[in-house]
Design a protein around this ligand. Structure first.
Ligand SMILES: Cc1ncc(C[n+]2csc(CCOP(=O)(O)OP(=O)(O)O)c2C)c(N)n1
Ligand SMILES: CC(=O)[C@@H](O)[C@H](O)COP(=O)(O)O
Ligand SMILES: [Mg+2]
Length: 638
């Protein structure tokens, strides 16, 4: 048994020698590579925080001293050191979550994988300790340089720095900035440039080394004097790099230190702990540290690879054509014919497929950092000046910019197109990553138009249609992963495509977006049972085309299926539309349960939600049978 398997509790770390701790770090890295090679996972970020996490658990007393992780994708090491060793089913149903999980451990606090929230949690926790008089507890917040580009982080810093810095009201809070210079790609913006300036000024480091070496040789006087010279060190830094930003805010700043030198990190964290107030420790790390294929991966240093060959880092299995690839090609074509089209990403140029556009049109692609709110409103500004911006984000992250979409875009009738990748069930990334909200929350935005393509051809067509709307925000949403074969239409009625029809008009089945093929398969099963089904794809689900009202009138039952939560989804909007039109045909809407859906494969979650052709056919045939057996003079609810 190795050292790692002997660590049942973080306190076990304190008995290890320096050499043992080095060996432990190596074991952890081996396990990270093996785990992510077979499961996929956030390899790069976790390789970069091995020493930081070991040091934090040696200096602080988790869970009494809460350790919160921003975004949480870099918490695998924390899990290994808090007694969780079975990573064999990471991010799979029944296995460990890919993020902190309070159900898994008392050492976990923040489960939400949306970035830039950790400092706000930490500020609240620290205030709670102060209010309760628990002054011996310290909150520790890990935040990456990327997450620091999110606005919430600065709202928190403003409050943390504004708290009492001395006296009994002080709130012990240690902010560990894990500065590896990258989100996926290199972190952008003035803050990143500032941090980078500090990281890369050799004069600062050399001078500091001389001071440290000289003082270190005089045991009695050296270290205390070195501490006393901290002001000199700060002065040095100010002289070499304007690092006063955090201190000008009122935050004590320690660093920058080598985040892979565990002893140095422990020393800095111990110093920070002693301060008993808010302190920022700036740690320089490398994403992917200790695994060459990750370090050499220029794109994103193996930020979240799918399964790969551990010997080379090369992806396992053949590449498949994904929805993202279709969008990526389509926006480049649009860019060629539409000089007004520009692209905006929130630190996810690669994952959202915008890299080819950025290469083709470097002056028309903008990375704003992890700042979806700013992305939306700056896009409204671009539209006001005659451009047509395309803001590409993962669906779940658009939640963060709801007010900006509502007030800064829709109220101003701004022709901004939002492309929502990873819409619907994403699966293995857990509850805060499923894009199961957009079809609900965007329904309330006056004037906004929302498209849900069923296949690659429709994605290209509907995206092009969206670019032609310049007096309202438009949205095109599609799921994660491989895009299936195109689902042909028999005819188009208004904006609605008819995908299947039958002699008997028993059921109108409205299949939203990527559920199109499921709708067609369901109809085939029902046809075999003598139930006549018309399958339609609305294509634009906001506003819904009035032709759906006419179609509903012609059938005995309306069934909707969508890859979104049921509450406020397309099914409920269609039911309202039919009620408003005085159509009394019964409606049964199928979607995801309105709860937080734990990590599992996409297909497993869809099956659990009953969103399979087999289950839908069984349910619908039961409903039709109920209609057949009901007395004809009574309206039937289904
Ligand atoms: C609101 C939000 N937008 C986008 C993302 C996607 N995302 C996950 S990790 C990441 C980069 C984080 O960079 P950093 O904070 O520096 O951590 P690192 O991966 O470098 O350790 C991004 C953009 C997210 N999780 N949350
Ligand atoms: C933590 C985070 O938000 C991203 O890293 C996300 O997990 C990546 O998801 P995909 O793997 O679907 O691109
Ligand atoms: Mg980073």
């Amino acid at each position: 048994m190795g050292l790692l398997d002997r660590i049942k509790d973080p306190r076990d770390l304190r008995a290890l020698s320096g050499d043992e701790l080095e060996s432990l770090a190596a074991e952890i890295r081996d396990r990270l590579v093996a785990t992510c090679a077979s499961n996929g996972g956030h390899l790069g970020p976790n390789l970069g925080v091995v020493e930081l996490t070991i040091a934090a658990h040696r200096v602080f007393d988790s869970p009494r001293d809460p350790i919160v992780f921003d975004t949480g994708h870099q918490a695998y090491v924390h899990k290994m050191l808090t007694g969780r060793h079975d990573f064999s089913r990471l991010k799979q149903a029944g296995g460990l979550s890919g993020y902190p999980s309070r159900a898994e451990s008392e050492h976990d606090w923040v489960e939400n994988s949306h970035a830039s929230t950790a400092l706000s949690y930490a500020d609240g926790m620290a205030k709670a300790f102060a209010v309760r008089g628990e002054r011996d507890r310290t909150v520790v917040a890990f935040i990456g340089d990327g997450a620091l580009t999110g606005g919430m982080a600065w709202e928190a810093l403003n409050n943390i720095a504004g708290g009492p810095q001395t006296g009994p009201g002080r709130r012990p809070l240690v902010i560990v900035v894990n500065d590896n210079g990258r989100s996926y790609s290199p972190t952008v913006g003035g803050l990143a440039a500032h941090l980078s300036g500090l990281r890369t000024d050799p004069r600062y480091e050399q001078t500091l080394e001389v001071v440290k070496r000289t003082l270190g040789r005089t045991a009695l006087v050296g270290p205390p004097l070195y501490e006393a010279l901290h002001g000199v060190k700060k002065g040095l830094k100010d002289m070499f790099a304007p690092q006063g930003m955090f201190e000008d805010l009122g935050l004590k700043y320690i660093g920058p230190i080598d985040g892979h030198d565990r002893a140095q990190v422990e020393q800095a964290l111990t110093q920070a702990k002693r301060f008993r107030g808010p302190v920022l420790v700036h740690c320089l790390t490398q994403k992917g540290y200790g695994y060459d294929p990750a370090i050499r991966d220029e794109a994103d240093q193996m930020h979240s690879p799918r399964p790969f060959d551990p010997a080379t880092g090369a992806p396992a299995g053949a590449p498949v054509r994904e929805w993202t690839d279709v969008f990526s090609e389509t926006i480049v074509r649009a860019g060629r014919s539409r000089p007004d089209v520009v692209a905006v990403t929130a630190a996810m140029l690669g994952p959202t497929g915008l890299e080819p556009f950025a290469r083709a049109f470097p002056d028309r692609c903008f990375d704003v950092g992890i700042a979806e709110q700013h992305a939306a409103t700056s896009a409204a500004g671009m539209a006001a000046m005659g451009l047509h911006p395309v803001v590409a984000v993962y669906a779940t992250f658009l939640n963060r910019a709801f007010d900006q979409v509502l007030m800064d875009c829709a109220l101003h009738k701004a022709g901004v197109t939002f492309v929502l990748d990873r819409a619907g069930v994403t699966g293995n990334d857990g509850p805060s990553h499923n894009g199961m909200w957009d079809l609900s929350i965007l329904q309330v935005v006056p004037g906004l138009r929302l498209a849900a393509p069923r296949d690659g051809a429709q994605l290209a067509e509907q995206f092009t249609e969206a670019l032609d709307v310049d007096d309202a925000p438009t949205v095109v949403r599609f799921p994660k992963g491989a895009v299936g074969p195109d689902v042909p239409a028999l005819e188009r009625l208004g904006t609605v495509d008819v995908l299947a029809r039958a002699e008997a008009k028993d059921v109108l089945l409205v299949a939203v977006g990527a559920m199109g093929q499921v709708g067609v398969d369901t109809a085939k099963r029902l046809d075999a049972q003598g139930v006549g089904v018309t399958v339609v794809d609305p294509r634009w689900v906001k506003p819904l085309d009035d032709v759906l009202v006419d179609l509903a009138r012609q059938h005995r039952l309306v069934v909707t299926i969508e890859d979104n939560g049921r509450v406020g989804g397309v099914g409920s909007v269609l039911a309202q539309k039919l009620r408003d039109a005085g159509v009394t045909v019964p409606v049964r809407d199928h979607g995801l349960p309105q709860r937080f859906v734990d990590h599992a494969k996409r297909d497993e979650i869809l099956a659990d939600a009953g969103l399979t052709a087999q289950n839908l056919a069984r349910e619908v045939s039961g409903l039709v049978a109920a209609l057949d057996s009901a007395p004809h003079d009574r309206a039937t609810t289904v």
